[in-house]
Write a new protein. Sequence first.
Length: 268
Amino acid sequence: MDDLIALECKALTKRFGSLVAVDKLSFSVQKQDIFALIGPNGAGKSTLMKLLTTILPPTEGDAFIENISILKYPAKVREIIGYVPQLISADGSLTGYENLLLFSKLYGIPKNERDKRIQQSLETMGLSTVAHRYVSEYSGGMVRRLEIILAMLHNPKILFLDEPTSGLDPIARKTVWEHLALIHKRDGVTIILTTHDMQEADYLCNKVAIILKGKIVEMGDTEKLKSALGEDATLNDVFIKYAGNSIEADHAYKEIARRRRTESERGS
Ligand SMILES: Nc1ncnc2c1ncn2[C@@H]1O[C@H](COP(=O)(O)OP(=O)(O)OP(=O)(O)O)[C@@H](O)[C@H]1O
Ligand SMILES: [Mg+2]
């Protein structure tokens, strides 16, 4: 496989009963790309993330992260990826520092390096002053920034983020973007994210894929996709062109209801 490729999917498929959530996806992402998966509710974005991060096994097909098969070597894949899930994952009953300490132990970071690594990452994300406060007292933007450094503590080669800024106010959202851009520039990490926010995809991502009902219907350079539609076209125009007609109101409603239920069950 090409040395420049960070991720390659080969006919990757996930079925839940008769529902095909991810449908024979074959595509690749280059190293150091910031790649956005966009698509309506229920398109299969989170399911794809869960397959690539080895949380769910595929029904068929395979994917390779830095040449390592998710099917054959899931534990090895986990060592080189970071994952920020769609729903809140940091523990609110611990402080930011304690969350980081817990993860540094899980990742097997040597004891004498832990404190330095934690202090550095808190500083990168502008969280040093709140390190010893309970996460339950953090704002949504602070929680998200903490989750990003939790996912980055072991210096992964690829960082997966599922809707990193959903529910955040415009300032918190911009702060998360700036910090992501900073770690991308500094560490050269490949970033794969999902978002419903076209401004976010446009600001952060050099590549975009539009996913509908488990299939990628268009993929390419963000700038090329926009300019193909005209001089002043935005990513929103691109999204509407490919996904506009597919959003069935009833389906979208069911998806949102399902998601709200899950979120309220989790108390988030
Ligand atoms: N564990 C599961 N069991 C059964 N069906 C599931 C499961 N997880 C997801 N699905 C279904 O798979 C499809 C894709 O869901 P997924 O969560 O991947 O969509 P998404 O693109 O992330 O949507 P959203 O934008 O709302 O987050 C949906 O129809 C969903 O209802
Ligand atoms: Mg999702």
